[in-house]
Design a protein around this ligand. Structure first.
Ligand code: PEP
Ligand code: MN
Length: 360
């Protein structure tokens, strides 16, 4: 995919990229006060929901087009750029007509290829950055498909937003981060800017710092965070919005980590530790291979003595003892349990193969 890096988007991009603003535009006053506060904290790109995709009907669905004069005023007064969610060609047309600087596609829209295609078609011949949120369901292909549709329409300033994945009654996060999905995304598309939205992952203010830091530790390119001058009075997502001052404190507390380090002493130390990790991994695989050899041997023995492959008592014991051994070795017992589930599946497969080999 031929796309432009963030620095060539023609915007005054910070590193990491920070986009902050209200979940929804509510009133001229709310927008002005919020943007004023955010600008004081150094924010240069404001997010603002004009049309809101709501899970339930009869909730606030955004003020719609009356927001644009307020946005225009804030743009002129505070010299900021604006990002707005679009969910249809009509939204795209209105946003473009009103000088919006960036568009984003929401999680519910990304989940629907018809919607994404309609938006893509309406973007033909337009040069504007488009950010694509992950679909609400944990489906990497659907996320990539949406990026491809937008890219095929000729958009080259493309970014992805990780906002977590829908869950049933998760008490901790509003949307599960499932970090392995954005990590896989970054591995496959290292050149596409990836931004984290801790607000929609967390659902509550208190959890935001931890998730935002995690994203920076994983080398995300930026953050999109909801902010409102008076969060408790917000018409949508009240519990997760931060006051601009609190956003400022959060940004100041986040540690950005460098990917490449120039210091040669550090580089050689890192190299040496990585070599030790490689050696350890080789040893782990050699031991696994030895274990599977023993498993085959047991299989042969069971076959000769006409004993079934799966013996529940034995596996009960394995599942009980290994996590116990793990604790003594300072390993997470849950992790070891998961590992042994996979080892168990593979062992059963191996022994079944032994049985079949002897049958033929
Ligand atoms: C939003 O950004 O306010 C929003 C509706 O987010 P999402 O599409 O991630 O649910
Ligand atoms: Mn929101």
């Amino acid at each position: 995919m031929k796309t432009y890096p963030l620095k060539d988007w023609g915007l005054d991009i910070q590193n990491p990229l920070i986009i902050a603003g209200p979940c929804s535009v509510e009133t001229a006053e709310q927008l002005d006060k919020t943007v004023e506060g955010l600008v004081k904290q150094g924010v240069k790109i404001i997010r603002a929901g004009v049309w809101k995709p709501r899970t339930r009907p009869n909730t606030f669905e955004g003020v719609g087009s009356i927001a644009f004069p307020w946005i225009q005023e804030a743009k002129e007064k505070y010299k900021v750029k604006f990002a707005v969610e679009v969910a249809s060609p009509a939204h795209v047309e209105e946003a473009l007509k009103n000088n919006i600087d960036l568009l984003w596609i929401g999680a519910r829209s990304t989940a629907n290829p018809f919607t994404v295609q309609d938006i893509a078609d309406s973007l033909k011949g337009v040069d504007i950055p488009v950010l694509i949120k992950n679909p609400i369901n944990p489906d990497l292909a659907l996320w990539i498909g949406a990026l491809e549709r937008i890219h095929e329409a000729g958009i080259t300033k493309i970014g992805a937003i990780h906002r977590g994945f829908s869950n049933f009654n998760d008490t901790h996060f509003r949307n599960s981060p499932m970090w392995q999905i954005p990590i896989e995304f970054k591995t496959r598309f290292p050149d596409i800017p990836l931004i984290n939205d801790p607000s929609h992952i967390c659902g509550k203010r208190a959890l935001i710092p931890q998730v935002a830091q995690m994203a920076l530790d994983l080398n995300f390119d930026g953050l999109m965070i909801e902010s409102h001058f008076h969060p408790d009075a917000a018409w949508s997502d009240a519990e997760q919005q931060l006051r601009p001052e609190d956003l400022g404190l959060l940004l100041a507390s986040l540690k950005t980590r460098q990917v490449f380090v120039d210091d040669p002493a550090f580089a050689s130390q890192l190299q040496s530790i990585r070599e030790q990790i490689d050696d350890t991994d080789r040893e782990i695989l050699e031991l696994l291979s030895r274990r599977m050899g023993l498993v085959e041997k047991v299989g042969e023995y069971k076959k000769i003595n006409n004993v079934a492959v799966f013996q529940i008592e034995r596996w009960k014991k394995v599942f009980q003892t290994r996590p116990e051994w793990a604790i003594a070795l300072n390993l997470n017992p849950e992790f070891v349990k998961e590992l042994y589930k996979m080892i168990h599946t593979e062992s059963i497969k191996k022994q079944t193969e032994v049985m079949e080999r002897h049958l033929s």
